[in-house]
Design a protein around this ligand. Structure first.
Ligand code: ARG
Length: 459
């Protein structure tokens, strides 16, 4: 039954009801709504609206309901009420009769929904932090397994300089570190309690809002009732953190899809994250990665939808805001799912180090080394760059790597070249020379890994 029938002469049309009802979406706030209601009953007790006995009966009925909704969330979704707040109130009235009707004193669904959703964001945010850390852990394990594996590094999708597979993994660990920071920042700002802001103008009862905030585990209460009921920044910030992280996930997926291609053949994905073709028996498709890449689009969609919904809304609450949950729930579920599937992908991935090494050796990834070698022999870098460009041009024509040129052939380009040049052209030397902070040398990658590991242990 609707909570607000008194003022109406006619019932709502079934069509409008179906359009207006949010229970099929916001049933996911059932636990938060009940926990918020318990806190509210304590607030009402303190101002004398409820007696001790009444508050206790309300609280135990709410606890009973909490167990029921945890047991069967689908039953809540199918509950036929307008929204989760109506559902909880009507179940309470079923259990307690008139006493159940007292709970809504001084409260509005506007401060209620704002509180419920923030509580939900905090819970889900905690889960997401864990999923991010788990994915980082899987990437760090992979980095350890492949710390010595040479991989061609690319710019413009052209082989540029060699790196290691471990170094590649740690690049993504860094990105997810920033995502964790962004999520924590968003959760910090979301951590203020709107309960007690009423419909828009505050509550007419002298409610202890500090007590409510503390009771519900918020950092502090919100400070302005108009803002409190109409602020959805936390939704936007979480969608934004999700979108940026999904961008990282999609880039990781894209790199791996390319590494997995027949043309590159750098990695093999485990059977449990790939699928076959109904027509072509030889196919093993990287579906998990393609979905990780593709689902970024729907998360961005949720973010832009919410931006547009909020744009130019007048203060304070407007029903438009009910649109916040569907996109947010879907986007955060999607993000979490991709992070979890990412762990499966990373755990089952094997690298064909012969192929990655061969690819790094082709493509003149050591051309910069030859230029640096000439610089060490007092050739100005710009000139060295030009000389090596000529060597590479001839090498391409002759279809051979730089190190296959004989000493006298190399000396034809510059008489500064001596027979010590060959050790500078090896891949190992390319990698190990990059010893400055953040570079590809084995020692440096090891250092980064250790510092990431100790960061994780402290977080
Ligand atoms: N279902 C609503 C929402 O999600 C709850 C708030 C309703 N408030 C109102 N005044 N109709 O936004």
């Amino acid at each position: 039954m609707a909570l607000w029938g008194g003022r109406f002469k006619q019932a709502a049309s079934a069509q409008f009801q179906a359009f207006n009802d949010s229970l099929p979406v916001d049933y996911r706030l059932a636990e938060q709504d009940i926990i918020g209601s318990v806190a509210w009953s304590k607030g009402l007790l303190k101002v004398g609206v409820l007696s001790v006995e009444e508050q206790q009966r309300l609280e135990s009925a709410l606890q009973e309901l909490l167990a029921e909704v945890r047991d069967n969330p689908q039953q809540v979704a199918d509950g036929g009420e307008e929204d989760i707040h109506s559902y909880v109130e009507s179940k309470l009235i079923d259990k307690l009769g008139d006493l159940g009707k007292k709970l809504h004193t001084g409260r509005s669904r506007n401060d209620q929904v704002a509180t419920d959703l923030k509580l939900w964001c905090k819970d889900k945010g905690g889960e997401l932090l864990l999923s991010l850390v788990n994915f980082q852990q899987a990437l760090m394990d992979l980095a350890r397994r492949e710390s010595d594996t040479v991989l061609p590094g690319y710019t413009h999708l052209q082989r540029a300089q060699p790196v290691t597979f471990g170094h590649w993994c740690l690049a993504y660990v860094e990105m997810f570190n920033r995502d964790i920071g962004r999520l924590n920042d968003a959760l910090y700002r979301a951590d203020t309690c709107p309960l007690g802001s009423g419909a828009l103008a505050g509550t007419a009862y002298p409610i202890d809002r500090d007590m409510l905030a503390e009771e519900l585990g918020f950092r502090r209460p919100t400070m302005n009732s108009l803002d409190a009921v109409s602020d959805r920044d936390h939704v936007l910030e979480l969608l934004s953190a999700a979108s940026i992280s999904m961008m990282h996930i999609s880039r990781l997926a894209e790199d791996l899809i390319f590494y997995n291609s027949g043309e590159a053949g750098f990695i093999e994905l485990s059977d449990d994250v790939t699928s076959g073709s109904s027509l072509m028996p030889q196919k093993k498709n990287p579906d998990a990665l393609e979905l990780m890449r593709g689902k970024a689009g729907r998360v961005y969609g949720a973010m832009s939808a919410m931006m547009m919904t909020m744009k130019a809304l007048p203060l304070a609450y407007n029903k438009d805001m009910q649109e916040d949950k569907e996109g947010l729930f879907d986007a955060l579920d999607t993000w979490q799912q991709c992070l979890e599937i990412g762990v499966l992908v990373a755990d089952g991935l094997s690298v064909n180090s012969g192929r990655t090494l061969a690819a790094a050796q082709q493509g003149y990834a050591n051309a910069t080394e030859l230029a640096d070698y000439l610089v060490s022999k007092d050739v100005p870098f710009r000139e060295a760059h030009h000389i090596v460009g000529q060597v590479v041009l001839d090498a391409i024509e002759q279809e051979k790597p730089l190190e296959d040129f004989s000493l006298s052939q190399l000396q034809a380009y510059s008489d500064k070249i001596g027979d010590d040049v060959y050790k500078h052209l090896s891949i190992e030397s390319c990698l190990d020379k990059r010893e400055a902070l953040g570079g590809t040398s084995k020692a440096q990658v090891e250092r980064t890994m250790l510092s990431l590991e100790s960061e994780q242990q402290h977080s």
